[in-house]
Design a protein around this ligand. Structure first.
Ligand SMILES: Cc1ncc(COP(=O)(O)O)c(C=O)c1O
Length: 383
């Protein structure tokens, strides 16, 4: 039985062939670190790293590659922001749809006197930016928001939220785990202070690497949570204050950098708008297929407006974990079930504690695969 991969919200698969080729090339032909040696292969690795920063800046409309920090992943990037910025007495606003990559560090920080409130979202997972001003307090120092929900696929109006934060001088941080590579993101127009992305989801690179794009002011205000060797200013035992070294200590993930750079190149060549359009068609096709199936509830927007291709289904008469298991065993369809590291999102959607079965399309998903998934869902739901 062939498998059908519908878990792109967890990690995209397959990757563009150039990604593995670039990683192999690094491992077999380059092998050098950056910012340390001055020999030819080290310079080549440095150039690939710069090309990656430049590519990410082009993709997200950011003007300064030195402020594109390479991270060990999206969770690390979000921890760098939350733990490096919030201090005792500070208040933070988050949406009620956040992933634990935000909620767990924030909950840890409450032990140090940080407080937070959740911006309410409706039963599809969307917030209303008009609710935000009333939630802002004199000590609100940060607004952090998942751009796209990894549970319902709802995409928030980052432009409107950014304008509200900008007007009040509050830094705005976007967790673009589910939108980077799926949805146009404009760092400047959205008035972002920080944008955190994983390499391995919609950007179609390897896991274990991500990026944190920072505004100049926010980078100055942020304290690094990890310090160490940078290959620069080696006469000093004090962490450099300049970018990106301030936030990039230790030998980086170079196979990851090579793979990520090839992936970003692929996205820039294909065009994020074209990718969004294709995924929108696939998502619409999937949602149309689900519409008449009895015995399931869609936990998320029914239409195509302001959503990505993350489709959560709650089976009425079958345990969701069993449904997901049967999808794999009987049909070869790979999904994710449960709470998807986002209990607050499920409380918002009314699917806590049972969770959902999540189907997430990607760049390589086909209509035939969606046909197979819709047929399988109908058979399982009808017992
Ligand atoms: C909305 C959201 N935020 C954060 C994360 C964490 O990303 P990672 O596991 O790549 O660090 C995820 C991953 O699923 C996510 O969907």
């Amino acid at each position: 039985m062939n498998t059908i991969y519908l878990d792109n919200g967890a990690t995209s698969f397959p990757k563009p062939p150039a990604v593995a080729q670039a990683m192999l090339q690094y491992m077999t032909e380059v092998g050098a670190s950056i910012n340390r040696g001055v020999y030819g292969s080290a310079q080549a690795a440095g150039m690939t790293t710069l090309l990656l920063r430049e590519g990410l800046c082009r993709l997200f409309h950011h003007s300064d590659p030195t402020h594109c920090v390479l991270t060990p992943g999206n969770t690390a990037g979000l921890n760098m922001v939350l733990r490096g910025f919030l201090k005792s007495g500070d208040h933070c606003l988050v949406s009620s749809m956040e992933h634990n990559a935000v909620m767990r560090p924030l909950t840890d920080l409450t032990a140090q006197g940080v407080t937070f409130d959740r911006i309410p979202c409706d039963r599809t997972g969307h917030l209303d930016p008009a609710d935000i001003p009333a939630l802002i307090r004199p000590n609100t120092r940060l607004v952090v928001m998942a751009h796209g929900s990894n549970v319902s696929g709802a995409v928030q109006d980052a432009m409107a939220v950014g304008a509200i934060c900008h007007e009040r001088g509050i830094p705005f941080v976007l967790d673009a785990a589910q939108t980077a590579g799926h949805w146009p993101i404009d760092f400047e127009a959205m008035h972002l202070s920080a944008l955190s992305v994983p390499g391995h989801k919609g950007l179609m690179g390897p896991s274990g690497i991500g990026a944190l794009l920072l505004s100049a002011d926010f980078a100055k205000a942020l304290t690094p949570i990890i310090t160490g060797g940078t290959g620069s200013a080696s006469d000093s035992e004090v962490q450099p204050a300049y970018m990106p070294d301030k936030f990039e200590s230790g030998t980086p993930n170079l196979p990851g950098i090579y793979g990520f750079q090839a992936a970003v190149d692929f996205i820039l060549e294909t065009g994020v708008e074209a990718m969004e359009e294709r995924e929108r068609q696939l998502t619409g096709y999937f949602l149309d297929g689900l519409r008449d199936i009895k015995g399931i509830r869609l936990a998320g927007p029914e239409g195509l407006e302001n959503r990505v291709g993350v489709i959560s289904v709650d089976f009425a008469d079958v345990d969701n974990a069993e449904a997901s298991y049967r999808l794999e065993q009987d049909y070869g369809i790979l999904t994710r079930c449960g709470l998807h590291c986002a209990p607050s999102a499920h409380k918002t959607l009314g699917t806590f504690p049972q969770g959902t079965v999540r189907f997430s399309v990607g760049h390589y998903t086909t209509e035939a695969e969606i046909d197979a998934a819709v047929k399988a869902i109908a058979e399982i739901a009808q017992g």
